[in-house]
Design a protein around this ligand. Structure first.
Ligand code: BGC
Length: 811
């Protein structure tokens, strides 16, 4: 069953039934100010950091889920409704929610009255604006009342949800004209405040939640709305809100636009006050003036569309499969930008207080957006590298507001450093900007300890070299990419976290996943060194990579697939000898991508074993058989019920590793088959089961051992977005960025006849048409560049204002 449809022309997903199987959300904002918005108007806003600068309140795991947002209420002579259906839930005559790129339009209609709310965070502004368009479609004149409502969060989201003994006494507001200012803690240590404004005079307001809602009522039936009258309450402590009250009259057929604005302002210390305890509102008023008419909001929407047109233009596919086009051209790229902005911090599954920007996560996310915003990718790489330590290890996450690393979710994950080589080489291949390697980058944010970025890469490489176990394979540390394979944490205490506990000393747990990662990006490091003329360093690295390949062949091959790890005691994990968890996806993906044992047929065997043992109707599960009991020596992985998360769930992040593995041996049909199984546009028809949005990837789909196989969870913030984009564009469609140009190396289903990719690469527009007359999966027979045949598979760099035409014939 579907709950809406893709409108590809407008690049929107249109939801036509508000009762989606889970809130289907969108993200607004691109730089500093962000909002999450659901299809019924739920969600919240924050400035830069969802933990430290939460502007409006949202209660996670609420009943009902997704209660609280930026709500509008209409009281039409006693008929009370909301344009987004919630929170009032009066049945509407018409409802649509259009989630677009950087904006959302929610429209409701009841008894001939229409209300459409367009929400957008204009580019480079610290505010969200909402254009509310009201229309009387009847032949009678209509008089009705409109209420707005947002609930303020007291800035620190963690504190806001826990420290009630203090918070119920600190809330403060100011009201001036049609603006409600939230100034809790402004008097002392904060120089920021927020405001909620509407561009017309109001007939009343409320700022105290209990007065507006009523202690025994809910957002769905606030007393003030039921009564049809604001109470002009002024909050002192308790829970401050901002609600405008407007009495509106519309002649037959008439319409009216209002503009609401939720803004955030920082004042310099010496400009904080207008008079004693009265905040200086100059900057707020300037901001309001920027969007004081509906036309200005419309212009912001158009600007946003242009912005996205430009971003998406860097890679556009023209293929006969419309689902593939919409994922590659629109939604996958959009999701990659969202993961760039949020890492794993704020979604409807990430509370915004648990995690900041992940070291490994953000490095991987980068491969999905570097072609869109290379300058910001550069800054991101350097920010991440600055949280590294002098021995190459690093903080597992950093806080976006301060850009400083912290150990709150643990450290010592031995895969972390290698991802820096992935992001940096992808950045250079995309941009040709080698100067990033010469940047002086601090360690642990300490400027006095800085080395070049290249040195950071070397340290990353050497961190693995310096942490080898008895089989000369990489020691796993706290865990590798799989956070839940905690091999040095034997926990019997429910009060300790698997992520931060490392209570075993002297263990020898080794990871085959890191071994594959090391060989893959070790080879990249060697290639880079050679490119830079660092021959000795390349030779040194080559020796280590060759040793690692040998170690995997000797100690990491199980006969039909790659082992996963050695545990604390040096016993095999992911072997046919194990009772459960005989085979794991990560080492099959990474050792295959690294091409380890290619000549011996290991890659092919590994891929065959994945097909046989891990593949399901809904995607590839992480391991098999699932763990059915707790293995204290394996950690969190065996705590999940079978079929969920890291215990045999379909972890969509790692499925592309297998797709790439398949392309290594030329099996394009298999690669694309795996791609379709987890790519949301292909799952739209089974939205009821899949549950989460059909326009973005989710982190996990329940595996075959789960209660409900095929059910998705944790949408939006997952490395799945970047890896799928990278895989489909570079390995399946085969348009790979490289130091000297674009490498063409498709690996496609045999029945694909042709497709065209428009690629803007280092400023030049390439139109690349791939023809497959002989129905092959791999192999480039000929490349014609602007009418001339070229040797090899790399389209050289061309500086040109004109489009460069590339005709590729496979065969
Ligand atoms: C984390 C990743 C981790 C993955 C697998 C995700 O939730 O963000 O860092 O690699 O889980 O455990």
């Amino acid at each position: 069953m579907k709950f809406g449809f893709f409108d590809d022309t407008n690049r929107e997903y249109v939801i036509t039934n508000p009762k989606t199987p889970y809130p289907w959300i969108n993200y607004l904002g691109n730089h500093d100010f962000f909002s999450l918005i659901s299809n019924t108007g739920g969600g919240y806003s924050f400035y830069k950091d969802a933990k430290f600068r939460r502007l409006t309140r949202f209660r996670y795991n609420n009943v009902p889920v997704d209660d609280g947002g930026k709500y509008f209420y209409i009281n039409d002579n006693g008929t009370i409704w909301s344009p987004g259906w919630k929170p009032v839930k009066t049945p509407l005559d018409e409802y649509t929610c259009r989630h677009g790129l950087g904006y959302t339009k929610i429209k409701g209609a009841k008894n001939g009255l229409e209300a459409e709310v367009t929400s957008i965070i204009p580019l480079h502004e610290w505010c969200e604006v909402q254009k509310v368009s009201l229309k009387n479609t009847t032949s009678q004149s209509r008089k009705f009342k409109l209420f707005s409502m947002v609930e303020w969060a007291l800035w620190n989201a963690q504190d806001d949800m826990t420290n009630f003994q203090r918070n119920f006494s600190t809330g403060e507001v100011e009201i001036q004209d049609s603006t409600i200012y939230h100034k809790t803690e402004y008097k002392e240590r904060r120089n920021h405040f927020a405001f909620y404004h509407v561009n017309v005079p109001v007939q009343g307001f409320d700022t105290d939640r209990e007065t507006f809602v009523g202690l025994y009522n809910s957002f769905g039936d606030p007393e003030a709305v039921l009564e049809g009258k604001a109470r002009n309450s002024v909050a002192h402590g308790w829970s401050p809100i901002a609600s405008h009250f407007l009495e509106i009259e519309l002649a037959p057929g008439a319409s009216k636009d209002l503009v609401f604005m939720l803004g955030y302002v920082e004042n310099p210390q010496d400009e904080k006050w207008e008079s004693k305890n009265v905040i200086n509102k100059t900057r707020a008023i300037q901001m309001m003036a920027k969007y004081d008419t509906a036309a200005k909001v419309d212009a912001a929407v158009i600007e946003m569309k242009h912005y996205w047109n430009n971003l998406l233009a860097a890679f556009q596919l023209d293929h006969e499969d419309e689902k593939l086009n919409r994922m590659v051209n629109i939604w996958n790229q959009y999701q990659c930008m969202v993961t760039f902005n949020f890492s794993r911090s704020a979604s409807y599954f990430e509370s915004g207080i648990g995690r900041g920007m992940g070291f490994r996560d953000s490095n991987q996310d980068l491969i999905g957006f570097v072609h869109q915003v290379p300058e910001r990718a550069r800054e991101r790489i350097l920010d991440i590298a600055a949280t590294q330590f002098e021995d190459g290890s690093c903080y597992h996450q950093y806080q976006p507001l301060t850009k400083r690393g912290n150990a709150e979710i643990g450290g010592n994950f031995n895969d972390d450093p290698m991802w820096l080589i992935l992001s940096t080489t992808q950045y250079i291949k995309e941009t040709g900007d080698f100067s990033i390697l010469d940047e002086m980058v601090p360690f642990d944010n300490d400027e006095s300890k800085a080395k070049t970025h290249f040195e950071h890469l070397k340290l990353s490489f050497d961190h693995v070299v310096n942490h080898l176990g008895p089989h000369k394979l990489p020691l796993i540390g706290r865990a590798d990419w799989n956070d839940c394979l905690n091999l040095n944490c034997f926990s019997n205490n429910p009060n300790e976290s698997f992520q931060t506990t490392e209570n075993q000393e002297g263990g020898v747990a080794e990871s085959l996943m890191i071994a594959g990662l090391f060989v893959t990006y070790g080879k990249e490091y060697i290639k880079l060194c050679k490119y830079l003329g660092k021959k000795d360093e390349a030779a040194r690295a080559e020796k280590h990579v060759a040793e690692m390949i040998e170690a995997v062949k000797q100690h990491g091959w199980d006969g039909e697939w790659y082992l996963r790890a050695y545990d604390f005691y040096g016993k095999k994990i992911g072997s046919h000898e194990n009772e459960e968890g005989k085979i794991f996806i990560e080492s099959q993906g990474w050792c295959s991508m690294a091409g380890i044992g290619m000549e011996e047929g290991y890659v092919e065997k590994s891929m065959n074993s994945v097909k046989e043992r891990l593949d399901t109707k809904y995607g590839i599960v992480l391991n098999n058989p699932a763990f059915t009991r707790y293995y204290i020596e394996y950690g969190e992985i065996s705590t999940y019920p079978p079929g969920y998360k890291e215990n045999a769930g379909i972890f969509c992040h790692n499925n592309p590793w297998i797709m790439i593995g398949e392309t290594m041996i030329g099996r394009g049909d298999a690669a694309f088959d795996y791609y379709k199984k987890i790519t949301p546009a292909y799952l739209e028809d089974r939205s009821e089961l899949h549950k989460v949005e059909p326009y973005v990837y989710c982190q996990m789909i329940a595996g075959k051992d789960a209660f409900k196989p095929g059910e998705g969870k944790n949408s939006w913030l997952s490395g799945t977005a970047a890896w799928n984009f990278y895989t489909i564009t570079q390995y399946i469609l085969g348009i790979q960025s490289d130091y000297d140009g674009i490498l063409i190396d498709p690996c496609i289903p045999k029945d694909w006849k042709s497709y065209t990719v428009n690629r803007i690469f280092r400023g030049t527009k390439y139109v690349i048409t791939i023809q497959n007359p002989s129905s092959v999966s791999k192999g480039v027979k000929e490349i014609i560049l602007d009418g001339k045949k070229i040797e090899g598979k790399v389209i050289p760099l061309i500086k040109s204002d004109k489009k460069v035409n590339v005709q590729v014939t496979m065969g």
